[in-house]
Design a binder for this molecule. Sequence first.
Ligand code: SF4
Ligand code: SF4
Length: 164
Amino acid sequence: MKDSVNICLSCGLCCDGTVIGFVQLGREEVPVLREFIDMENANGEGFFLQPCNNYCDGCTIYSKRPKQCASFKCGLLKSLEQKEIDFDSAIETINVVKQKKTAIEKKLALLQLKLHSQSFYFKMLELKKLFQKNKSESSLSQNHLDLVSDLQQLDNLLSKKFNI
Ligand code: SF4
Ligand code: SF4
């Protein structure tokens, strides 16, 4: 069935750290979810970083997933629910984002940039800061410039289509 639940099942860009960097857990969720989720704890509250250890071609703890996961709706999902776009064009947008993400990951491997973050989301933030510091185009190689361009394209896509 082509509906909004299925678009999330086909997407997973929240869970793999493309659209969201972390999930905040309510105090009451911490004891229940500790068994399933590798979480960080402080003062009874918890959160976990993306990519989520429960993501494997869909959520493996779907019925027990955190409240933030159940309630989050990106702009693409809202547009689909409001029938501003159809299912196929939503899938097309998701695939373009996934291709862009793969292209960025390949360039990162090629350039061997030393980044502290494990999560794609935080890597992107780190990279933007890094390139902001070294703004002068003359100090950047063509591969670096290509990476900057990919980052900008991904940013534009996420902001325009996903309202991120
Ligand atoms: S990014 Fe949007 S469409 Fe994709 S899984 Fe998250 S809420 Fe669903
Ligand atoms: S718990 Fe499920 S829905 Fe939430 S981030 Fe992890 S895989 Fe995604």
